[in-house]
Design a protein around this ligand. Sequence first.
Ligand code: PBG
Length: 326
Amino acid sequence: MEYPTVRPRRLRRTAALRALFSETTLDRGDLILPLFVHEQNRSEPVTGMPGVKRHDLDGLAVEVEQAAELGLGGVLLFGIPNSKDAIGSSSRDESGIVQRALARARSEVGDHLVLIADTCLCAYTDHGHCGVLDSEGQVDNDASLEPLALTALSQALAGADMVAPSDMMDGRVAAIRQVLESAGQPNTGILSYAVKHASAFYGPFRSAAGSSPSEGNRRGYQMDPANSDEAVIEAQLDLSEGADALIVKPAMPSLDLIARVRAETLAPVSGYAVSGEYAMIESAAEAGLLDRREAVLESLLAIKRAGAGSIITYHASEAAKWLRDQ
Ligand code: PBG
């Protein structure tokens, strides 16, 4: 069968035909909004990420309420503490910034929004690495598991529906699952950053969260962007350790991995359109090089088409408004 019998353009002729035959749709409820909360008592803008703020607790309350009204699926909270030390103690303080933020968010929105807490040490350590260091200054995998698990537990107790470990230590999902079970928190979910490349696209985030490593880089624990089979191994490992759902990031540079992880594990996959992806669209739009709304919606659609059931994106609230009003 070939042209002119077959004419794919017949299904593209009108908006109604295109809508009827589209294979992928974006839903507001698939979007997860990352939010930064700090211990100052005012909100301030994040350099390089127009529209994104480091919120105080009142600003956070407004954001989560708006997110719920817009019908978003969830929010992903990142705490930025005032005090840092070598072992990231403030990450697991029951009255720490992210713990207070979770409690406040819960009191604002009840169960209308899934509250997810990023679980990592990098914003809480004075050296900026995602785990604790050994005597040679290397990230000590096994010594990092307990502080990470205690961080996750404190987030669960503060009201998180899910914890999202982003540190990339081996065995952290099992360690978190075990601590949650033994502390009577069996229903707290784990949305693990299973596939996380050592990526240049996290740049704006690190200045927002003040979490750049003071020495070295994260290549000893985050994945090599060259690897794809390893992404499947990481995903399977996290599932076997008790992860309920998986994150792949950065999203647009990893569409192939979203597709593979989804096809090979069947687990729910969330694509994380990271800070650098946001900044790229914002700066190209600012320079008049592309249509912002079209570019944002197209990129979200591509992440969904690749196989992500949900998308973590700094554009979540705005995209939800566009989807609502279209
Ligand atoms: C913490 C963490 C990072 C991101 C999410 N959790 C930064 C990093 O690994 O350096 C990046 C998110 C983004 O760039 O938007 N480990």
